[in-house]
Ligand binder design. Structure first.
Ligand SMILES: Cc1cc2nc3c(=O)[nH]c(=O)nc-3n(C[C@H](O)[C@H](O)[C@H](O)COP(=O)(O)O)c2cc1C
Length: 171
């Protein structure tokens, strides 16, 4: 699949098969997070791999949407490791870095025939209370991941793209 095909093939998958994700494929997805660009190359991104049904259920209880995936990633950043330059450059680089890692993982997953959905609607504090292993991290996204369930298809919103002129301004 070339890159143009890949960016068209990816869509938010919300209906998962129970087929497990092979460890080799998971490793490639995690590698995409590890290699993602980060501000000053500080690499504050952290990925928690939830494999057990118990861990997935615990995370699911903190989210507004429930997709029953066979595997779930929690993507976070370690605030202490995130690049902070000065008051002028006051962006949250940790959050940006982690979000770029999610984007790379979603595309890598799609290339492997796997589906994902970036889930931003969850309560980070509740997640931190349930998972002491995440102490010191700020979770930014849940990423359910797995093979498409029977009849899975892109949601209507997937096709709804703004015209190029609305996105791009040439000066
Ligand atoms: C920052 C962010 C947060 C999102 N949060 C959710 C969410 O909580 N639940 C959900 O079902 N989809 C969520 N999405 C997925 C978007 O709804 C989806 O990407 C958008 O509708 C375009 O559809 P597509 O991914 O199929 O192309 C989120 C996407 C992004 C980038």
């Amino acid at each position: 699949m070339d890159f143009v095909q890949l960016e068209k093939a990816r869509y938010s998958l919300r209906k998962f098969s129970s087929r497990p994700v092979e460890q080799e494929k998971l490793n490639l997805v995690l590698e995409a997070a590890r290699c993602a660009p980060t501000a000053h190359n500080n690499q504050p991104q952290r990925v928690f791999v939830l494999k057990s049904a118990e861990a997935i259920e615990k995370a699911d209880a903190c989210a507004a949407c429930h997709f029953n995936p066979p595997l779930m990633l929690v993507v976070a950043y370690e605030a202490e490791k995130a690049w902070v330059r000065d008051a002028f450059d006051n962006k949250n680089h940790g959050e940006i870095d982690a979000a770029i890692a999610v984007a790379q993982m979603m595309l890598q997953a799609a290339e492997l025939g796997l589906g994902t959905t970036y889930v931003g609607m969850f309560a980070p504090q509740a997640l931190l209370e349930r998972f002491p292993e995440m102490a010191g991290c700020t979770p930014i996204a849940l990423l359910p991941i797995g093979y498409p369930g029977e009849g899975a298809h892109p949601a209507r919103l997937h096709e709804n793209r703004k015209p190029m002129e609305e996105i791009v301004t040439v000066l």
